[in-house]
Design a protein around this ligand. Structure first.
Ligand code: 2RA
Length: 338
């Protein structure tokens, strides 16, 4: 099996390399692609060196079985045909195809089988904030249908890419050394000592694109009429997103039933002993695979409502790990090159 990584030098590309190695993904050959900026860079994978090739419109994908793409929506749109022309499955991390009807949007713990129906041989990896939330909502929805959800998110710098992570570190350095921040490129405002209540562009209804992704993608992944209303906020954690989630079910559901369902759910760890200061935090979920849940309790403002807190690694479950899990599912099903 031959696997390609497109965008190999980015934060997600690098995490893909680590996760494929860690999980012993059954590949025989690997090929890395990037822009002219990263072409020629060498990376080690399982003791062998691989050089990043320039992504071009040619036959480089002829022998590729799975292409994991994470180089931005523009690149995905431009190269989708080149990548899939000879039957490679494209598992795409960008938002380019997520809402296309003929492209499945997959979180393996929730709707793995959707990956098997892919007319264009493209499978979309959802937005990080949505992935983490649906992994937690799915087992609760099985107890009683979730009708609506309110979310406040606390999103890490990594969501804006590797350069944004460096920018956050640089801003704290400047504050210590000069008393003020002079580097603001990747975020619309200073992030150090601050929170920014806008992620991605604003849309005409005054929700951001990030917030609308949560609304639309959640419905598509869960095959549900579930309605979400989110305020997505950038905070100064480095690589783990967190979310406060309030949800209303059709029938009343007890906190005990929710806790039990989440304890059994794949990809979820419950860390919930708030009377003893125990709850999951982004510093602890960083570098881990699961989505961590705590502060599970009744919603005081809604008789059919409950609320919880979750946190997960944005680069792993929010992007690279989810993509590799999709690839693993296809391998398990023997459903690769068409
Ligand atoms: C962010 N959700 O956190 C985006 C990344 N996909 O900016």
């Amino acid at each position: 099996m031959k696997v390609a990584i497109v965008g190999a030098s980015g934060a997600v590309g690098q995490e893909l390399l680590s996760i494929l190695a860690e999980r012993n993904f059954p590949l025989d050959d690997l090929v890395l692609f990037g822009s002219s900026r990263s072409a020629g860079t060498k990376y080690n994978f399982r003791g062998k060196e691989y050089e990043v090739k320039l992504l071009q419109h040619n036959d480089d994908f002829k022998d590729v079985d799975i292409a994991l793409t994470s180089a931005g929506g523009g690149t995905s749109l431009e190269f989708a045909e080149t990548i899939t022309k000879y039957g490679a499955v494209m598992i795409d991390n960008s938002s380019a195809f997520r809402m296309d009807e003929d492209v499945p949007l997959v979180v393996p713990e929730v709707n793995a089988e959707d990956a098997l129906n892919r007319p264009r041989n493209i499978i979309a990896n959802p937005n990080c904030t949505t992935i983490m939330m649906v992994v937690v909502l799915k087992p609760i929805d099985q107890l009683s249908h979730i009708r609506k959800v309110h979310i406040a998110s606390y999103q890490s710098a990594s969501g804006a890419g590797a350069a944004a992570m460096e920018e956050l570190k640089q801003q704290y350095k400047e504050l210590v050394e000069d008393g003020k921040v002079s580097t603001i490129n990747k975020f619309p405002h200073q992030l150090a000592y601050n929170v920014i209540p806008q992620i991605d562009k604003m849309t005409p209804n005054d929700y951001t694109k990030e917030e609308m992704k949560m609304f639309n993608e959640t419905q598509k992944i869960m095959h549900s009429d579930i309605r979400t209303s989110a305020t997505c906020v950038r905070v100064s954690s480095l690589r783990s997103h967190s979310e406060s989630v309030w949800f209303e079910t059709e029938q009343p559901v007890s906190v005990e039933a929710i806790r039990e369902a989440l304890q059994k759910a794949p990809g979820v760890s419950v860390v919930d002993d708030p009377q003893n200061y125990v709850y999951p935090m982004p510093l602890e979920s960083a570098g881990k695979d699961d989505v961590y849940v705590g502060r599970i309790r009744k919603d005081l403002a809604d008789d059919l409502g409950n609320t919880l807190w979750l946190t997960g690694d944005q680069i792993r479950k929010g992007a690279a790990l989810n993509a590799v899990q999709i690839a693993e599912y296809l391998v398990k099903k023997g459903d690769l090159k068409k």
